[in-house]
Write a protein that binds this ligand. Sequence first.
Ligand SMILES: [Zn+2]
Length: 210
Amino acid sequence: MEIGEKFSSVVLPLVGLHPSFASKGDADLDKVREIISKSRQRVVGMGEIGLDQRYVRGSSGAWQKQLSVFQTQLEMAEAAELPVNLHSRDTAGSIIAMLDSYQIKGAVFHWFAGDEKTMGKALDRGFYISFTPSITYSKRVRTLAKACVPELVLTETDGPVPFWGEFRGVTTRPPLVKRVVEELGDLMGLTAGDMARQVEQNAKRLFLGK
Ligand SMILES: [Zn+2]
């Protein structure tokens, strides 16, 4: 929120409790609720929120907690009419099924890692798919990008995570997104300039309702 305030022309803040922190739970959810109610004019979405079994390591109690934290946040997003940025590692299919029970304003699957069929279900519902620098070297991600539609793509750096290929050992910083746009354009048959304009339009539509 502070960075968003300082650089308000380029940074749009989202708030949410990431699934890796779900076990802490309720006090943090209260904080998220408080930020949204106090700063509703500035917050443009909720995220990253989502589901990830790897954070609970087979503990069914912790998984139930993660599920309930996610559901509570979907309710909050619904009530505040905010789009959501979803963390969906190995859970995209279940998340899409869950979203059918909510009136969510919009959604983006960040670093989507599901299969093509699941991606199709997300696109059918008008959800966005976001690509990271892994698009420059992952065959699987490149195949997904080819099957995606320009009007429903976004780009990101995620991070800090180790990327490979040309980004091996490179610190994750926003300028990396330029290469993501170039590669995405290449795979979708658009020039880098047209792809950049399309991604900008998509982001404004999703987060600013423009
Ligand atoms: Zn994530």
